[in-house]
Write a protein that binds this ligand. Structure first.
Ligand code: ADP
Ligand code: TRP
Length: 330
């Protein structure tokens, strides 16, 4: 029996290498073996992006990214979250079974509260209710499709655990209804470093967008922070952003050769050149496809609409069952 693998990406910025290596690439590897349900989490994006043009561009961007990197809409369920109203109906139901305390402890909210406290602001400054209840909508995304596996980056583990908690609470009260999902995190790529060596993240402005044009890509790679070891001096591959990224784009054989070259003192310029070559080789074709989709948005609309049809058909029976159990439907 194939497992249902579900994941979403929210349209809050340009997809970077951290998103690709930490979340998208592992998800696509799983998609090849299991039943994928992959989507554009646009209503999650609304907690941050509140400008219509930006929302449209970024949402199409996420859809084009999935397809450009090889997601096959004919063998998967691929949709825009906002096209599936059943998700929002379940989200309300789940909200009525979520304790507020559980939401208070969710890390994205807690981080803002902690920061506000430190800077002497009102604790809920800058928090909208969408952000506060974010984990409930995410639980609805996951539970409505009876997901077995949820491939995510490390920072999303807590959200999957909250989904599990909510499923368990509901099941105890109303009998076996939702499957308890498991997260999948690839340990070795759990945290991809950015240009400055900190976690690559939009919030740190240290990202390398995956579909950057070759010249720009080369320039960004040249900006990656390195230590002051000189050419010919041994370098520690396991403490290098250049190596951490190279490992994701080269073959096993090439990676072990590069490991030797680091230990034998490859120059940083040379190592970065090799990284660019490996990366460009893998991303050239997806970059071309990404551009194609971004210039043919009606094709994206058509693919997403078809996916939403499949998603709704799959979601309806479970939502009906839930509504019967809570006495909202005969
Ligand atoms: P950002 O930190 O740039 O705002 P998001 O929070 O939108 O990125 O993350 C989208 C997905 O990409 C999540 O599953 C997240 O865990 C993963 N991800 C983001 N940055 C990294 C990183 N540097 N290393 C590994 N995975 C990452
Ligand atoms: N919260 C996820 C992120 O920030 C995006 C997301 C929304 C998601 N719904 C999901 C991921 C369901 C996995 C499953 O990256």
């Amino acid at each position: 029996m194939k497992k249902t693998v579900l994941t979403g990406i929210k349209p809050t910025g340009r997809i970077h290498l951290g998103n690709y290596i930490g979340a998208i690439k592992p998800a696509l590897e799983l998609a090849a073996e299991e039943d994928p349900v992959y989507f554009v989490a646009d209503y999650h994006g609304l907690t941050k992006i509140q400008d219509a043009e930006q929302m449209k561009d970024l949402s199409y961007g996420i859809a084009a990214t999935w397809l450009a990197l090889g997601l096959d809409p004919s063998t998967s369920i691929f949709y825009r979250q906002s096209d599936v109203p059943e998700i929002f109906e379940l989200s309300w139901i789940l909200a009525c079974f979520s304790s507020k305390g559980l939401m208070n402890r969710a890390h994205a909210y807690k981080a803002i509260v902690d920061q506000n406290r430190e800077t002497g602001r009102e604790i809920d400054d800058g928090v909208n209710m969408g952000l506060f209840t974010y984990p409930i909508l995410m639980a609805s995304d996951i539970l409505l499709f009876q997901s077995d596996l949820v491939p995510v980056g490390k920072d999303q583990i807590q959200h999957v655990e909250i989904a599990r908690d909510l499923a368990d609470t509901f099941n105890r009260q109303f009998g076996e209804t939702f499957k308890l999902p498991d997260y999948v995190v690839k340990e070795e790529s759990a945290v991809i470093p950015g240009l400055d060596g900190r976690k690559m993240s939009k919030s740190y402005h240290n990202t390398i967008p995956i579909f950057e044009e070759p010249e720009k890509l080369k320039k960004l790679i040249n900006k990656i922070k390195t230590d002051s070891t000189k050419p010919h001096e041994a370098k520690d591959p396991d403490d290098s952003t250049v190596f951490a990224l190279y490992r994701e784009f080269a073959s096993q054989d090439e990676v072990s050769k590069m490991r030797d070259r680091f230990e034998n003192g490859i120059g940083w310029g040379e190592a970065k050149k090799e990284l660019f070559e490996a990366m460009n080789h893998v991303l050239e074709e997806p970059r071309r496809k990404y551009k194609y989709y971004m210039e043919n948005r009606e094709e994206l609309d058509r693919i997403l609409a078809e996916g939403a049809g499949k998603a709704r058909a799959k979601a309806k029976p479970l939502l009906n069952e839930v509504k019967q159990k809570i006495g909202i439907k005969a």
